[in-house]
Design a protein around this ligand. Structure first.
Ligand SMILES: *Cc1c(COP(=O)(O)O)cnc(C)c1O
Length: 362
């Protein structure tokens, strides 16, 4: 069986966790601070606030920007549900714009259209889906022209670049996830990044029960602190992130050159972007997807369907009545299949995947 995802933990991580265990300082502490600084520096942001997950990082990012009840936040219908959940957690209203059919990211044209229909939109929450940065030239132009706040969901794009600049360094705030299947892990974990000191201070307070002075609570916050144990793993993983991503890119280049099947399309990438392939996602003719998945199953090849439904059509969102027509998303969700591209995949395994994909006749 070739797995769709496989976290890569080595002796360094074990040693680092053991050191934390021996120190007795196992909760949030100096190792967490060190990881925050190292990760923020890597992405190119001034401040990092480590959290318990990518989901809590997104929630804190929005609250730190004072987005709440009555505010509209434009986002993508084609993502993991946490991107939209965070908007709902803070009491704001999600507005959906459609995606681009070749990159799966928010379409700048669709963003502009949504802004015409909802001129009171306050912020954009963009997702660099599958490891590919959004078209940041077009998005920054819109953000500046309309005076919008920008939140980047970088849960799938650690190290991705647009024009040489890292995803997560464009927005007012960005949020990362370190879940085991992501490009790097801390077990569970996340981080808020910003270069604005006021936002950083507010985020720091929020993750620690609204407290700056011990047991004086200025607002109702949370316990979203990352432990030293998780951060110790994160520090080791951060050192390996570039090599992990290089492996993913190497496998993706191999697939791009060697997957040849008239029923499917390999993923497109922007010329100005560096895609870090959190997922390698092909599109297959809609009427053939079930058979293709069965074919992968029979041959012991792991796969994922990210995502089978758009977010607004999920059962939990139906009562909110926020579904807007997104025809491209509705088409793409029936075509996508993600293939194994994790960094531990061997050349022989990649060859087996490509051969299996090419042998599918429908
Ligand atoms: C994984 C993910 C999240 C949530 O991160 P968790 O650490 O699992 O809470 C948010 N957005 C996207 C796009 C994700 O892929």
């Amino acid at each position: 069986m070739i797995a769709i995802a496989k976290p890569w933990l080595g002796e360094e991580e074990k040693k680092a966790v053991n050191q934390v265990l021996s120190s007795g300082m196992i909760a949030c502490g100096a190792v967490t601070s060190e990881f925050e600084q190292a990760f923020a520096a890597y992405i190119g942001a001034q401040h990092g606030i480590a959290t318990t997950s990518g989901t809590t990082a997104l929630e804190v990012a929005l609250r730190a920007l004072k987005i709440g009840k009555g505010d509209k936040v434009l986002t993508t219908p084609f993502s993991f549900i946490a991107s939209t959940n965070a908007i709902v957690y803070v009491g704001a209203t999600p507005v959906f714009a459609d995606i681009d059919e070749s990159t799966f990211n928010l379409s700048p044209k669709a963003i502009e259209k949504a802004l015409e229909q909802h001129p009171d939109i306050k912020a954009l929450l963009i997702v660099h889906l599958f490891g590919q940065p959004c078209d940041m030239d077009a998005i920054m132009k819109i953000v500046k022209a309309k005076g919008l706040l920008l939140i980047e969901d970088c849960a799938q794009s650690h190290g991705a670049l647009w024009n040489g600049k890292k995803a997560g360094s464009f927005g007012d705030v960005s949020a990362f996830s370190f879940y085991p299947t992501k490009n790097m892990t801390t077990t569970e974990g996340g981080m808020v990044l910003t270069s604005d000191e006021t936002i950083a201070k507010k985020a720091r307070m929020l993750i620690n029960h609204g407290m700056q002075v011990r047991y004086y609570h200025d607002e109702i916050g949370y316990n979203y602190r990352m432990t030293n144990m998780a951060a110790a793993i994160g520090l080791c993983q951060l050192k390996k992130l570039d090599s992990f991503n290089a492996k993913r890119q190497e496998t993706a280049a191999y697939y791009n050159a060697n997957i040849k099947n008239p029923l499917m399309e390999t993923p497109a990438s922007y010329e100005k972007g560096a895609h870090v392939y959190h997922q390698y996602t092909v599109k297959i003719r809609e009427d053939k997807r079930d058979a293709f998945i069965a074919h992968l199953d029979q041959n012991g090849i792991g796969y994922g369907v990210f995502y089978p439904l758009s977010i607004p059509e999920q059962r939990c969102y139906i009562p909110l009545g926020i579904n807007t027509p997104c025809p491209v998303t509705d088409l793409v969700k029936k075509q996508v299949v993600s293939l194994p591209v994790h960094p531990q995949l061997t050349a022989q395994e990649a060859e087996a995947v490509a051969q299996c994909v090419n042998s599918f006749r429908g």
